[in-house]
Ligand binder design. Sequence first.
Ligand SMILES: *Cc1c(COP(=O)(O)O)cnc(C)c1O
Length: 544
Amino acid sequence: MSLAARLGRPDLADLPAPDLAGAPVPGTIRLDANENPFEPLGGGTGINRYPEPQPATLRARLAALYGCDPTSLWVTRGSDDAIDLLCRAFLRPGEDKILVVEPTFSAYAQFARIQGASVETVRMGENFLFDEAATLAAAREAAPKLLFLCTPNNPTGTPVAPDVVKRIAAALPETLVVADEAYGEFADQESLAPEAGEIPNLVVLRTLSKAYGLAGARIGCAIASPDIVTWIAKVSPPYPLPLPSIEAALSTLAPERMPLHAGRIARLIADRARLSERLAAVDEIRSLRQGGNFLFLDVADPATLARRLAAAGVKVRFRPSAAPGAVRITVGTEAENDAVLAVFGIAPERPAPRRAALTRDTKETRIALEIDLDTPGAPRRIDTGIGFYDHMLDQVAAHGGFGLTLSCEGDTDIDAHHTIEDVALALGSALDKALGDRRGIGRFGFALPMDETSADVRIDLSGRPYSRFEGDFAAPSVGGFPTEMTAHVFRSLADSMRAAIHVRVEGENDHHKVEACFKAFGRALRQGLATGAGAGIPSTKGSL
Ligand SMILES: *Cc1c(COP(=O)(O)O)cnc(C)c1O
């Protein structure tokens, strides 16, 4: 008898798992599901049809993301749903138990109780560190069907090391050990997801809610051996995942968007550290730890703090079951974090940086980019698929003094043209967006000679597009970049960032000449973007 059959509810043994026939072949006349044949009137192409029970493309994408086999992964409505499915598949009402390590995420106990099972608890150790021996002792005593280990733990931020999880799973072969890695992306430890398929009694939970910004779409998954996955499938409803959520997940996880996710996760971790550091000096905070995308504090007077937070319009989670003054605070945007600091009487270090993120999809190119005009040392990661162009854009960002994460999946197999033009348009739009109402900027910029080549770039971030380019190139291309596209790039930038850009270039070597244009443009941009020109909008008209 398989482990799933031994641990699963015996009354489900002959209940079939859903049929995963996959999406119908295009052109099939679909008269099998009593759907409405007409296109929906409220928008949302295709939502007149039922979604796939387990959308194959999303299942494969998540499996690739988490490093496991698709047959080891079951897509759920958020990982909350995965917890519920585990409880329903494995817990016999009135007979079985789960074990949780308190303080932890409340959904484990909630879903177990809804299922009619009982909940045993063991406390975390000193300083909320995971206590392996105590947990094992409690598990031996209670013999739970499911043991939930949240790593890193919500709300304390403390991790359970992957080796410890594996040791516990090995020591408790008749218990399903569930490692909830909802905050795994924010932890500096390896995920157990790639191994979950091979360890018979290990289940790993992942979600797109926390690190990938899709809490509202409700997409998560359970990763386990195909044996366990089949048992989970038995209790899964027929069409659990709404089509718009499936599509949101697939487009969020498009390859060109992954560098932006990595950048945002890194930023949340850095902001978490910065918040911790600044709050560490606050007297009323008795202890402070960080993990996931949140801070966990113990404050002297939670009632007063609650009033101050409410007055500032800030909502956080008080967790008195963890400690009398326990508060969990999510890391937000810079402005939101500043609001939290202000409640503790700490002034912001500097104004929130000017940033913009955008995605731009056409049939020819798919672009994702994020710029940060003000954070010192903001990273530059540029991948357009055209090495020389990457180098040029890196020059613009480096000399312009701004951070740029940019990737493009373009039809460069046909020609570089679409990629070069669309990336320039997207970069210009992002600069325009980040500049907002252009208050306080230098507005104008000038840059002049470089080596034997002289590139003269003058810009005016005027709010009006205009471009002029003087110069010619002898070679048709340099490093796979068509030289004729140089003028085109500056015209696209002028259009989308609403600026006047005048470029004049002379010299002998075409590589130098192209590069000098981009470098000089970066330098000119640095002056134009710079703040400190006063608080006003730098125009006598009062708007740009
Ligand atoms: C937020 C959270 C979840 C639930 O995530 P969803 O995928 O949105 O349902 C699961 N586990 C823990 C520990 C969480 O904090």
